[in-house]
Design a protein around this ligand. Sequence first.
Ligand code: CAA
Length: 395
Amino acid sequence: MDFRITEEQRMIQEMAREFAQREIAPIAKEIDEEERFPHETVRKMGELGLMGIEIPEEYGGAGADTISYVLALKEIARVCASHAVIMSVQNSLVAYGLWKFGTEEQKQKFLIPVASGKKLGAYSLTEPQAGSDASNLLTTAVRDGDWYVINGRKAWVTNGPHADYIIVFTVTDKSRRHHGITAFIVDTKREGFSVGKVEKKLGIRAAHSGEIIFENYRAHVSERLGEEGQGFKIAMHILDTGRIGIAAQAWGIAEAAYEEAARYALQREAFGQPIARFQAIQFYLADMRTRLEAVKLLTLQAAWKKMQSLQTGEPYTQEASMAKLFASEAAVEITRKAIQIHGGVGYSREFNVERYYRDAKITEIYEGTSEIQRIVIARNLLQGFARELGIDFKK
Ligand code: CAA
């Protein structure tokens, strides 16, 4: 096994790290406090090629690979998880979705501005009654000649309040459940679209998520992503790639918390010596470091598997879910321990670790909760054994 990264992957990681330190670190605390969407730095991320890292250059992207993407995203998350999720949605859920499932006309019209960061994208599957139960949608798209008329209300759309284009999943045939869902690329400047309530959140406060409302919004047939009835599979396929992004985000948050805790432990004295001399603290740090290494390996493995999949078409659902599950739970645990090592000041908003803890929590929830990841992983592994045994085991 060769764990070395290539020169190109290293350069992209360093570029992202340097950008995050120079441009994002000075504002990270402030935008969290003010719950302010960072339009200016997001625009600069686009100029640097960070908004379409894996997309070929002919479609406005940087033409790099998935490992470069996760390394860059981790570096951004290390400094600000809000910037990281904005970047992850744009890259994984929107640009990748348009590249994988869009027509040539859609790529020219929507992918190029999204991948080059000139336009902001969002992905909208969730509805108030359809979170984990993602196919239980009520938003409808009714065919009217060459158009579809969309009505309904979607919830928790990350980037939604500011997005130019949104991939939206609707019901075109309720009787067919999963097979009656259809995706559209929605232009938010068009009549019939509006933004509803913007959520007040525990963490990732500078990244905005909110309701979007459709009242007789008309989408042209050329704006349908994939065929009628293919929407659920498209949604799930895109989420496989999204979950690798969330694993990288969790990795970055956890790395920042671990590093700050280790430095603090060497500097803070109690009972006449640095607290790093106490075995309790050493055990915390050893566990944090070990978990972080496992997060790194699982995330890079999932990224590598996705790169293979682009050649072979083999699914990488299992690796993506395992990376997301482990990384998000590790991030919550590592940030919790980082606060514990800091003691009272860790609970203060003067220090970064309380923000890391708040930001880490969402990674266990969005793009499929930890419970959903366990369902996906269990179904996949059992189906593998069932095939071997010649048993029919669908779920
Ligand atoms: N790739 C392609 N197709 C897939 C797939 C995948 N990974 N997973 C499932 N499918 C297909 C199945 O093959 C099946 O197709 P057939 O009927 O043709 O056989 C179909 O989809 C239905 O699959 P299931 O029967 O497994 O569906 P289910 O209703 O049991 O749901 C689930 C499965 C895993 C629970 C799914 O609903 C799920 O992932 N839920 C969580 C939703 C989620 O992650 N939401 C996140 C919203 S986006 C977000 O959070 C963004 C953000 O804010 C940053």
